[in-house]
Design a protein around this ligand. Structure first.
Ligand SMILES: Cc1cc2nc3c(=O)[nH]c(=O)nc-3n(C[C@H](O)[C@H](O)[C@H](O)COP(=O)(O)O)c2cc1C
Length: 387
C-alpha cells in the first residue's frame, strides 16, 4: 500500500461480538463476521517500523479504555510512527461491547455522543494542553529533563470522567491523532463539525455526497471551522475485472455474499434489530433505530417513493461497489471527486483483489490525478491537509 502511495490503511474495530441476529453470537462465530479481532493499535506498532509514510487509522470506541490510558497508547503510537496515526472516534452501537466493558447496557444514541465529546476533551487536554511547547528541556549539563512549570495537571472533573493529573507521555509529533468520525445522524454531524478532521460518509450518489458536504460546511462554520479543516471520505468496495462477462459474474458472486446469513447478522447489529424476526422484503419506511441512524435515514430518503426494503439495506451495509476495468473505476471515482469528495475509503474485500487493485487500478488512477504519485513530507495531518 505504501508503494502505491495510499494515504492510510483503516482498521475497523469492535469490542464485542455481533450477536443481535437470533439473539446469539453463533452466526458471527461460525461465519467469521468481524470475528475474531486482534487489536489494531498493536498491529500499528508492529507496522510502524516497516513503513515510512503510510498512515494508520484505527477505530477505538470509548467504552474499551479509560481516556487516560488510551491517551498514553495513542501518543506512544504517534511517537513510534513519527506522527502517522489517526483515530476513528466510535461511540459503539453494539450492546455486547458495552456489557463487555462493565456497563449494564448500551447508553442511548444522544448520550453516547455526549460521552464521546467528553472523552475527546480529556484526550485533548492530556495530549495538547498538559505539556506546553518547550516544556521538554533535555539539558544534560544542568541535569534537567523537563521544566515542571510548563507541565500542568488537567484537573478534569466531568460528567463521565475524572482525571486530575498530567499527561504521562512526552508530546508526540501530532500530539492529537488525526480525528476521524463516521456517524452521519444529526448528532453525528454536529460531533464531526466540532471534532473531526476526516469524516467517513456512505452516501448513495455523488449528488447526495454534495448535499451532505454542503450541510456540513454550514455546521463547520457555526463551530468556527471551515470546509478546509476536514476531508470527506466516501466508502466503497472496488473490484477490478477485465471483461463485461467477468463483471457480470463478479456482481452475481457479490450479490450472493450480500444476501448471506453473515451479511444479515452484521446488518442486524448495525441496525439494532434482529432481522431474523423481520420480513426482509418489507419496506424500511419509518424504521427507527438506536444504532446506526445516519446511513439508514440517508438510504431510506434516497428512494423518493420510500420503497427500499430491509433486504436492500442489508446490501447497502455490505457496501456499495464499483466493478469494472481500471478505466471504468477511474470514471466512476472521478464523479465522486467532482462532487467535492476528498477521498475514497476503498474496501477491496480480499487479499487477491487488493493486489489486483494495486497492480491494475492504481497506475490508471495516478495517471488521472485521482491518486498521488509521491508522498508529501511531514505527519499524516500535514500530508492530508497539504501543509
Ligand atoms: C466507514 C464506516 C466505518 C465504521 N467503523 C466502525 C467501527 O470500526 N466500529 C464501530 O463500532 N462502528 C463503526 N462505524 C459506525 C459509526 O462509528 C457510527 O456508530 C454509525 O455510523 C452510527 O452513527 P450515526 O447514528 O450518528 O449515523 C463505522 C461507520 C462507517 C460508515
Amino acid at each position: 500500500m505504501e508503494a502505491a502511495r495510499f494515504d492510510a490503511i483503516f482498521w475497523a474495530d469492535f469490542s464485542g461480538v455481533h450477536d443481535t441476529y437470533k439473539s446469539s453470537p453463533a452466526t458471527a462465530i461460525r461465519d467469521a463476521v468481524a470475528f475474531p479481532l486482534g487489536d489494531p493499535l498493536v498491529l500499528t506498532a508492529a507496522l510502524a517500523g516497516a513503513t515510512e509514510n503510510l498512515g494508520f487509522a484505527f477505530s477505538a470506541n470509548m467504552t474499551q479504555q479509560h481516556p487516560y490510558s488510551f491517551a498514553r497508547r495513542v501518543a506512544t503510537l504517534d511517537h513510534l510512527t513519527r506522527g502517522r496515526v489517526a483515530w476513528n472516534i466510535v461511540t459503539s452501537y453494539q450492546p455486547s461491547a458495552w456489557r463487555n466493558s462493565g456497563f449494564d447496557d448500551m447508553e442511548g444514541h444522544a448520550k453516547r455522543y455526549v460521552r464521546a465529546q467528553e472523552y475527546v476533551d480529556v484526550l485533548r487536554k492530556l495530549l495538547v494542553d498538559s505539556w506546553e511547547d518547550g516544556a521538554v528541556v533535555r539539558d544534560i549539563d544542568r541535569g534537567i529533563y523537563a521544566d515542571p512549570a510548563r507541565v500542568h495537571p488537567i484537573a478534569h472533573d466531568g460528567e463521565f470522567y475524572r482525571v486530575p493529573g498530567i499527561g504521562l507521555t512526552e508530546p508526540s509529533p501530532q500530539r492529537m491523532p488525526v480525528t476521524f468520525q463516521a456517524g452521519s445522524s444529526n448528532d453525528g454531524r454536529e460531533f464531526s463539525a466540532r471534532n473531526a478532521e476526516a469524516m467517513f460518509i456512505g452516501t448513495n450518489s455523488p449528488q447526495d455526497a454534495q448535499t451532505l458536504i454542503s450541510d456540513m460546511t454550514g455546521r463547520l462554520s457555526a463551530n468556527g471551522r471551515s470546509r478546509e479543516d476536514i476531508v470527506f471520505l466516501q466508502y466503497m468496495a472496488v473490484h477490478v475485472v477485465s471483461t463485461e462477462e467477468e463483471a457480470k459474474r463478479k456482481h452475481e458472486e457479490l450479490d450472493e455474499q450480500a444476501g448471506s446469513e453473515a451479511a444479515i447478522a452484521f446488518a442486524s447489529s448495525t441496525m439494532g434489530t434482529d432481522l431474523s424476526q423481520i420480513d426482509l422484503d418489507k419496506p424500511l419506511a419509518e424504521h427507527n433505530t438506536d444504532s446506526m441512524q445516519g446511513i439508514l435515514k440517508g438510504f431510506a430518503e434516497s428512494a423518493e417513493d420510500k420503497s427500499w426494503t430491509f433486504r436492500d439495506m442489508v446490501r447497502k451495509i455490505g457496501s456499495d461497489r464499483i466493478v469494472g476495468t481500471p478505466e471504468h473505476i477511474a470514471d466512476e471515482l472521478q464523479k465522486w471527486s467532482d462532487a467535492g469528495v476528498d477521498g475514497i475509503n476503498i474496501n477491496t474485500q480480499d487479499v487477491e483483489n487488493t493486489y489486483t487493485f494495486l497492480e491494475h487500478a492504481v497506475p490508471v488512477l495516478q495517471q488521472r490525478g485521482l491518486m498521488q504519485r509521491e508522498y508529501r513530507n511531514g505527519t499524516l495531518r500535514d500530508k492530508l491537509f497539504r501543509r
